[in-house]
Design a protein around this ligand. Sequence first.
Ligand code: GLV
Length: 367
Amino acid sequence: MAEKFRVFATCDIGPALERLRQRGYYLEIHPAPEAPPKAVIIAKVASGIDGLITTLRDQIDAEVFSAGQGKLRVVSQLAVGFDNINREDANRFKIPFTNTADVLTEATAEFAFFMLGSLARKQWSAEQLTRNNQWGFWHPYLPFLGDEVTGKTIAVIGTGRIGLAVIKKCVGFDMNILCYDPAYQNHAYIRAIAELMELRLARGIQKEKTRIEYVAFEEALRQADFVTIHVPLLRTTESPTPTYHLFNERTLRWMRPSAFLINTSRGPVVDESALAQALREQWIAGAALDVYEKEPLPVDSPLRDPAIEDRCRLFPHFGSAATITRLSPDPDKGMAGRCVQGLIDVLEKNYGGDPKQMPYVVNKEAF
Ligand code: GLV
């Protein structure tokens, strides 16, 4: 039996938590579905817990780490993104934190692609028409048409795991692919995709020749029919290549009036008031958003403007929200399983107790 570690989870992450109980851990779970106030997290940490399970809703910084000084040993986050955890503070207090990369890659990539298709083909407006009994006749072009996805050009902004998974799906839709990443480029993957495109053309699987290449940000935005965002949120103090408001009035104006923007990364990568203006004034044709500058989306958000309702699809941070992806206790399949394994690795000193060797620890540089 493992040591009786004390763990506080800021929300119930499902059956994977059973593993901790089976190992004799003492587990407390915040009882409400809403995030606990920060004061509750601080009080729990100060009470002497060994491990903290968090989600992207919790602000974890020096206040939390200092409350746990001498006792808190790990923060285990149920998400791939970790912009809610202050990395510098975690490093200063020498607290490893873990994330759940990989297991949500395909789920998030497919959701982004479904948002894209649904937006371009006006599925929301079409269903409204049917449900509201406004479908009076079949007609070649009335009351509206959507835009094809197949054969179009997509700009993939951010070529980390999720961006690359989106690229893979775009190949099946015969798309031209423009890649841009401010910090990381995977040329081997892009070459493999180019070979795949050539093979598909040679075998008659696709009719037109297509291309994939890395280009400059402005070129990607100027040429694309679709722009899909897959960068982490990095503020100016955090990176030489920040992504905060990467999409703003100036850069949104580079996009074509017929182009669509899809964001499943982090809300603050897009300046929402500039985007609302872009949609109102039709600098771009539409946007589908899963993430927002403030979540849940405030009631007075300009994105809720009824004037842009037909071209602005809004989802509730749902990209990874599929059953196995979110809940599987298997660390190779589910976020919950990986989150629990990351916590166990640190508390039970797996990998010789060296956080640098632990696969799910993010801030390896601190050790
Ligand atoms: C979701 O947004 C995540 O970062 O996992």
